[in-house]
Design a protein around this ligand. Structure first.
Ligand SMILES: [Zn+2]
Ligand SMILES: [Zn+2]
Length: 143
């Protein structure tokens, strides 16, 4: 984790972004969590240590990280954006009960892109795929 924060900081510097304690806190938090938090959740987690930080500050910094290619923004349904600092190839399973997003590793479905390109003539630039269901906790409650 420490290594990736260091790399991220280098990347930001190259993008001409000054590192502030708040920025560092937001980035570290994102890199240490697997919960794909919203700006609001990050705010709740960090505000005790950084009382002067507002949700707007967090949101603006998240935008900056997304533009620098350090963080992925996830938009699922109508909910507010969630953020993921894990840039490795992975897909998401989303619980319809509690809304949590869980990572699972799978090689990118390039075959699907190939078929799509062949059948539609599109120059394919990417795809999104997510799995919906009930997480182990929610599945136990409903039983
Ligand atoms: Zn659940
Ligand atoms: Zn993820």
């Amino acid at each position: 984790m420490a290594a990736s924060v260091h790399l991220a900081l280098e990347q930001l510097k190259m993008n001409g972004v000054r590192m502030t304690p708040q920025r560092h806190a937001i980035l570290s938090f994102l890199m240490d969590t697997k919960s794909h938090p919203t700006a609001d959740e990050i705010y709740k987690a960090l505000s005790p240590a950084y009382p002067s930080m507002s949700v707007a500050t967090i949101y603006n910094n998240l935008r900056l990280f997304v533009e620098a290619g350090l963080v992925r923004e996830l938009t699922y349904g109508d909910d507010s954006s969630r953020f993921d600092a894990d840039l490795s190839d992975h897909y998401h399973a989303i619980c319809k009960g509690c809304g949590q997003i869980v990572d699972f590793g799978h090689p990118p479905l390039l075959e699907v892109e190939k078929v799509a390109s062949k059948e539609t003539g599109f120059m394919v630039q990417g795809h999104r795929m997510e799995i919906y269901g009930l997480c182990t906790t929610c599945n136990t409650i409903t039983k």
